[in-house]
Design a protein around this ligand. Sequence first.
Ligand SMILES: Nc1ncnc2c1ncn2[C@@H]1O[C@H](COP(=O)(O)OP(=O)(O)OP(=O)(O)O)[C@@H](O)[C@H]1O
Ligand SMILES: [Mg+2]
Length: 309
Amino acid sequence: MKVVSVINYKGGVGKTSLTANLGAELAWRGKRVLLIDLDAQASLTFSFIKPDEWSSNFEASGTIKAWFDAHESGAPMPLSELVHSPERMKQKLRGRGELDVIYSHLGLINVDLELATKLGGANLSQAKKNFIAIHRRLAEGLEVLAEEMDYDIVLIDCPPNFNIVTKTAIIASDYILVPTRPDELSTLGIDYLMRSIRGLIKDYNEYVAVDSVDGDEPIEPAVVGIVFTMIQEYGDRPISAQRNYIARVQRDSELPVFESYIKRNDTLFAGAPEYGVPVVLTAHNNQSHQSVVDGLEAVTTEFATTLGI
Ligand SMILES: Nc1ncnc2c1ncn2[C@@H]1O[C@H](COP(=O)(O)OP(=O)(O)OP(=O)(O)O)[C@@H](O)[C@H]1O
Ligand SMILES: [Mg+2]
């Protein structure tokens, strides 16, 4: 079971759309996929189920917030209790692969605040123990999950921040995937993000080396790459401003950059043509729809090849 965080500080770069489409396409190709919505905005959640279904069936005790809360109240529950298969996707997949989701909750933002109060301690040694325990929370949950269920891959949709919940995702991850729009600000954000991630990993590994408890190993998540999103094409390739931009990032960034990219299409992404089904699996009958699907399929292939799944 490989765990991948889809992350970028910057809001609105296409993290959630990439997570949903990658997960759906991998499931279509026969993989067993779990998506975890770790963003209090819950956009991933609401791309698979409607708000009224969420309110009646999940809000009270069926989201990732309930899992963090249960831990805080001293009665932890396994993540497997929160796994659900959205109905529309089940119909679409007709038994090919599997797409499960752990839904989010708008109150997840409070979990961040509560966890922050648990950091620190009476002395340095206690503070380091608390740091490890809190940051390893999701990693531990996923280790238990891996014993119970046989997912090929877990994709975590992170919020556009670097709060503690986001950090638990990084600590739990084997890989990091960074979607970005092709503009200056988004890429500046990537350098900053990578510095923050490296800083977190360094701190964590130092603490683990000093205060090693059973099972706490140093971590080293690998960056799968940068994926460009919302690319505008002219003819069969990105418009020239974006092409130059992509070339510059390929040249200057130390991170791998995906060859394939996600094309911009406001109509398709704003309201997916079939509710609860990501664009990549929707039936298409025109050239531009087909072209967006081709791009999403190519990104999935590149991703799967890099991970060897
Ligand atoms: N390829 C695309 N073409 C056009 N619109 C897109 C594309 N991908 C995403 N969008 C739209 O852009 C907006 C932001 O996308 P998305 O929610 O995936 O980004 P995000 O990085 O997860 O945002 P946030 O930081 O708020 O979590 C959404 O309205 C989405 O429908
Ligand atoms: Mg999002």
